[in-house]
Design a protein around this ligand. Structure first.
Ligand code: SF4
Length: 357
């Protein structure tokens, strides 16, 4: 099996889903690093690692989805709910700027009172004030789906409204494991997988950018993880490579209903290598400092080429993640592994072919 896989990877061909499962279970770490490095090398110099500094602004913790793995949400009416106003959002953007950050990702719960126009107004306003110095990931596909339904408009109509108000990015967050068996067990009120991709397709068709993500370490089976990768690689092919990056991070099991035990960094790194090898139609694979701290830098040896240095994210911090602002120490650990770290600008929305065409 290994020689067949090696031959495919070296010659620039995609491995099968079965081969990805075999690699994860049977290959040793050095083999995974070598194969992941081979795919990485198609896109990036072997010793280059790029990064930026970013904040995730959680503008509301009100949510009606009730995912059992979530430590962040509060149901409407609970005493410690919040919805940030425009000034509070501005203060958080200012705080990021002081730390040298250039990217904000907005991420909140499924707030039942908000409509497309509320988000469009907020995003339009912050872009107008800060857009020349900060890029914004305005919301995630999961939030986009909910607010479209709540507003009573199609994904296409919502995407066109967001695009017209200046929104550039609706990223592939809220994906966790994109497999309906997983979704039914843990998050039945959130979405079905095909619906998720229908929403993401509408976002791309409206000319906005999006990304791909995955979270591992709940109770998902290898088969469920592989099904996530299989559908994602197909979607990326269908949309002509319009998703510039894939980011995988790990579930933190504290302060939520699901609980459990955190997976090891070793398992995370092995899975990251599988993602790099299998998702060969993605230019960037990103490693997660937010959930792996310094260990994330080893992800560069397992096929990742890019990362962000987070300044805040209440969602993962509530679940047990710790964030350090000692950026130089983190960068030094990447340099000690042999990488030249390079601060980059936020990526532009890929032009690409309209997937509707
Ligand atoms: S993960 Fe997101 S959608 Fe699910 S409960 Fe938490 S905030 Fe709501």
């Amino acid at each position: 099996m290994l020689s067949v896989i090696e031959e495919k990877v070296v010659n620039g061909r995609s491995i099968s889903t079965e081969e990805a499962g075999w690699l994860f279970e049977e290959a040793d770490d050095e083999t995974l690093k070598r194969l992941a490095g081979c795919v990485r090398g198609r896109y990036h110099p072997p010793d280059q690692a790029t990064y930026l500094i970013m904040a995730i602004i959680n503008y509301t913790n009100v949510c009606v989805a009730r995912c059992d793995y979530c430590s962040f949400y509060r149901f409407p009416g609970q005493p410690d709910t919040y919805l940030l106003n425009r000034q509070q959002v501005g203060a958080k953007i200012d705080a990021l700027r002081e730390l040298g950050g250039t990217l904000i990702g907005f991420n909140g719960g499924f707030h039942p009172d908000l409509r497309v126009s509320d988000y469009a107004e907020l995003f339009g306003s912050v872009r107008e004030e800060y857009g020349h110095e900060v890029e914004f990931y305005e919301m995630t596909v999961a939030e986009f789906m909910f607010v479209s339904k709540r507003t009573g408009v199609s994904y296409r109509e919502a995407a066109e409204q967001f695009s017209a108000s200046g929104t550039r990015w609706i990223t592939g967050g809220g994906a966790e494991i994109l497999d309906d068996r997983f979704r039914l067990r843990h998050s039945p009120g959130k979405y079905k997988v095909e619906d998720y991709y229908a929403a993401q397709r509408a976002i791309l068709e409206a000319g906005m950018g999006s990304t791909a993500t995955m979270v591992i370490g709940f109770d998902e089976s290898l088969d469920e993880r592989l099904s996530h990768l299989q559908r994602l690689r197909r979607f990326q092919h269908e949309v002509g490579g319009r998703l510039p990056s894939f980011l995988c991070w790990t579930y933190k099991p504290w302060n939520n209903e699901l609980g459990g035990t955190e997976i090891t960094s070793e398992e995370y790194l092995r899975w990251l290598a599988i993602c790099r090898i299998y998702l060969d139609n993605f230019e960037h694979v990103r490693t997660s400092v937010l959930t792996q701290n310094e260990q994330a830098m080893h992800g560069l040896l397992y096929g990742a080429d890019d990362f962000d240095l987070p300044t805040e994210d209440e969602v993962t911090q509530k679940a047990g993640a710790t964030i350090s602002h000692q950026f130089e120490a983190l960068l030094d650990s990447a340099r000690r592994l042999g990488f030249k770290t390079q601060l980059r600008e936020p990526w532009a929305v890929p032009a690409g072919q309209n997937p509707a065409a």
